[in-house]
Design a protein around this ligand. Sequence first.
Ligand code: B3K
Ligand code: ZN
Length: 883
Amino acid sequence: MRTEQPKTIYLKDYQAPDYWIDETQLTFELFEDHALVHSRLALRLNSDRHGAGALPALVLDGQELALLKVVLDDQELGEGEYQVDEDSLSLQPAAATFELALTTRIEPQNNTALEGLYKSGSMFCTQCEAEGFRKITYYLDRPDVMSRFTTTVIAERERYPVLLSNGNPIASGEHEGGRHWVSWEDPFPKPAYLFALVAGDLCLLQDSFTTMSGRTIDLRIYVEPENRTQCDHAMDSLKRSMRWDEEVYGREYDLDIFMIVAVNDFNMGAMENKGLNIFNSSCVLAHQDTATDMAFQRVEAVVAHEYFHNWSGNRVTCRDWFQLSLKEGFTVFRDSEFSADMNSRTVKRIEDVTFLRANQFAEDAGPMAHPVRPDSFIEISNFYTLTVYEKGAEVVRMLHTLLGEEGFRKGTDLYFERHDGQAVTCDDFIKALEDANGADFTQFKRWYSQAGTPRLSVTADYDATKREFRLHFTQVCPPTPGQPDKLPQVIPVRMALLDRDGKEMALQLNGEALGNEAVVSITEAEQTLVFENVPTSPLPSLLRGFSAPVKLSYPYSRDDRVFLAKHDPDGFNRWEAAQGLAVDVLQGLVDIHRAGRPLNLDQRLVDVMRSVITDAELDAAMVAEIIRLPSEAYLVELAEVADIDAIHFAREWLRRALAVALRDDMAARYQALAAAGAGEFSASAPAMADRSLKNSLLGYLMLTGEQQVLGWCVRQFVEASNMTDRQAALVALVNSPFEQQREAALADFAERWSAYPLVMDQWFSIQAMASQPGALERVEKLMGHPLFTLRNPNKVRALIGAFVNQNLSNFHAIDGSGYAFLADRIIDLDRSNPQIASRLVTPLSRWRKFDDERQALMRGQLSRILAEKLSPDVYEVVSKSLA
Ligand code: B3K
Ligand code: ZN
């Protein structure tokens, strides 16, 4: 924590480093109350920046370090021969190449920020991205400095039998006093953010993988002994990821060994350190008894994501942190395509789009809005955002759409070949795609530089005599902080025209036949497309598969949406039409409720839902998606000024009304699915789809308040053969008015699973999200539960994060209690873990969305936070939120 005002860093100020570090030799001596870090660096002047003449000073990054020794070319330096301040060590080299040896002392056991070298339980581990390595030793801690690392770890053998670092193990041995050592060598030059070290008492799941060129890779997942039986799914996901990257991108793994280590205390999901991925245990462990299907899918996706980074991130890395989306957007695109190939493509796309629209669109409309490639930041940790990750992935997806599968692959082949071993920029990525295809993405690149979600408004007219159908497109990109005016972007619109039977018509544009489905690029602020030879007035199916991250509007009537929901040959747009209908219905109900009039149910929505619930042919996961109403968060995002009480009331009213109207169809399908799933547990995609639909139906049916349904629910809770079904029943009970059964189930669950931290995280979350009044008191009480601790990020997310992000009606209570509670937690957490504290500011930063009274309350709490002595992390988000 610092006293001076934090500084803003700008992309336009980027300069290559003055020196390179060719070799990095590290020795760690680990003790219970401190660690000694000895580094030996082979440095070389960057002669591209400096010719003959005076040598620039060497300025190494370092924070919270005790510097014990400085040796320059075998000469120990005295105190006057170097300068140390809060962030750096500077000294004057005497030659263009030289060796620097340093010893620093750190205290991993007191590192509560979980950045740098720290302890999770009894285990030592690291997290260096983005700027954590500087908390281990003084270094050029920037991604464009790539070095070959050799690492020796020394620790007590008894407590830390397993000693790991990046690359391949090359030597090991014993020291006096029960200590032992292992040396690791990583032949691939890498930036310091990919460094990793682990020391602990771990057990191992081991397997192997034969690469496409016939090399055998040793695969290892290290976990604490009690978790040994929960690693099979992660290992299986890893092998499938390795095969997929060979098949789809031609990328083969490079080292002889690939390791994953699961730790309990981790600020995010996982980290792609070279050859030694470190994971939050929530993204590794998965067993049917303890993990839900959703957790299984998350493990699969995160294992894949981190593995794919080996090429998109490690072999080719970022020049500077403004280029973060170069590796993150691309890798999210890669992992989402992998998941689509492993499961249902349409359902995966629906999930991603739902998430993007409810969350990234809100970020893009708020005070932290920034381009996919930001221009500036105070604290880079704040820019691991939905925009950099998810919108960044959408941008890569659009490039894929524009180039087609083959063209995109030619582009990525060239990218990997041209830049292997380099630290590069988003422009380099685009250039490779352009060069491989003879394409010009000059205008497209505005997606990287302009923030905000473009609005694409479409209208149409049909000329029966000319047989012409005209689509008029208007795109507007709203102003965002620092960017008042925007230029038109390239918006690829995948589309078809449907006749009255729902059949796709042949598309003809400017005399060219385009087949039944086409991708048209909208590039102007206003643009009209004239489709020729259109025999009857069509209904357009636009933005299929959500081909661009924009807010599309088209004047569909509710009847049009019903028609599309039933007949669009494109699965994604069938869902989209049903969603659009539900949004329209809900927005109507919100208005009626606000006007104080009684709500009424639009039978067209009942009709659409009934048709899918009773359709045994349709993928059950699709049915589950179609009957899921838009979230409160999404309805807030869509509103100009969100009336959260009315939104909550209308949505709950509609859910109950649908449950009553569809009671018999829902019950029949629920029973059928329960009977079909009663046998042996299966983690296959169809079995997961069935459970997803069954449990969504149970949630609806419980809203009828029938004793009979309560009986089904309690029975499912008691007899479930897996955590997905058990947890779904618990959620339904917790959100029901059946107080006795609810409390009994919660108590039973806690007793049974108290030894399983990840299961208990779910128990905390379910209660934090329960929407009955009084949730805050329950959350406050749960903070005193013996298994809760603010020191564990998963616990903070499970209880506090779930309450403030997912329980909107309680968090936004008009007495301001939710806001004050959150502000207290942020102030408190900022002292121990700034990254986690900073993430929690998001719901308060969205104050502009709400009524005047809530705005004042939220701003009041932000100001209260700002008056504290803050980390740069929290300072940046809070000050920008108030600006
Ligand atoms: N690259 C890491 C994220 C690091 C975040 C540091 N604050 C995980 C990932 O995206 O794969
Ligand atoms: Zn990533």
